[in-house]
Design a protein around this ligand. Structure first.
Ligand SMILES: [Fe+2]
Length: 158
C-alpha cells in the first residue's frame, strides 16, 4: 500500500557535518583539533574528515587545485559560522583561557540570551562559535526563543 503523504509523519534527518574547501588543509586540521578537539578519521593530501564525537565526521576539509582564494568573505552570502556547544559555563570559560594561551582569541563575544557565545575565525576566515546554553536545557532555551518578548525584541543580544 502506498504511503499516504497527507498523514505520514515527516521523519527529519539530523544535521551531521559541514564541509569546507580549503587552501590550508594542514593548518585547518591543526586549528580544528586545537579549538574544537576534532581529530581526523581519514586524512590525506587532498582531504580530511574530522570528528569530536561518535559520528564518523563532523567537519570535512577538501583541498583541490581548482580552489581559489575567497573574495570579501565577511560580506559574501553563504555560511557565516559553525557552532559547538559546551555543557557548562566553567568548561566554556576554561576553553577560552586554554585557547588564549595558544594565541587564539575570539573576534566577537555575545550574550545571546539563550547562549553565551564566543566567535573565532579559522585559518580560512570561517566563523566558529563556541557556546554554552544559558538555560542548560534545549527545551527551555527553545521555548524562550520561541515565546519570549525579550528574544523577539533583541534576537542578537549584547
Ligand atoms: Fe550561531
Amino acid at each position: 500500500m502506498p504511503t499516504d503523504h497527507r498523514t505520514a509523519p515527516i521523519i527529519p534527518p539530523k544535521l551531521h557535518h559541514a564541509t569546507f574547501v580549503t587552501l590550508k588543509l594542514d593548518e585547518m586540521v591543526g586549528w580544528y583539533g586545537l579549538v574544537c578537539g576534532l581529530q581526523p578519521v581519514h586524512y590525506s593530501e587532498a582531504a580530511a574528515w574530522l570528528t569530536n564525537d561518535e559520528a564518523n565526521h563532523r567537519i570535512a576539509l577538501i583541498a583541490h587545485p581548482a580552489i581559489t582564494r575567497p573574495v570579501n568573505k565577511s560580506t559574501s552570502a553563504g555560511l557565516h559560522h559553525t557552532a559547538f556547544e559546551y555543557a557548562t559555563f566553567g568548561q566554556w570559560l576554561d576553553n577560552y583561557v586554554r585557547l588564549r594561551e595558544h594565541g587564539i582569541t575570539p573576534f566577537m563575544c555575545l550574550d545571546h540570551g539563550l547562549t553565551m557565545s564566543m566567535y573565532y575565525a579559522d585559518p580560512e576566515g570561517n566563523g566558529v562559535e563556541i557556546q554554552f546554553d544559558c538555560f542548560g536545557d534545549w527545551g527551555a532555551s527553545k521555548e524562550w526563543m520561541w515565546a519570549s518578548r525579550e528574544f523577539a525584541e533583541n534576537p542578537i543580544g549584547e
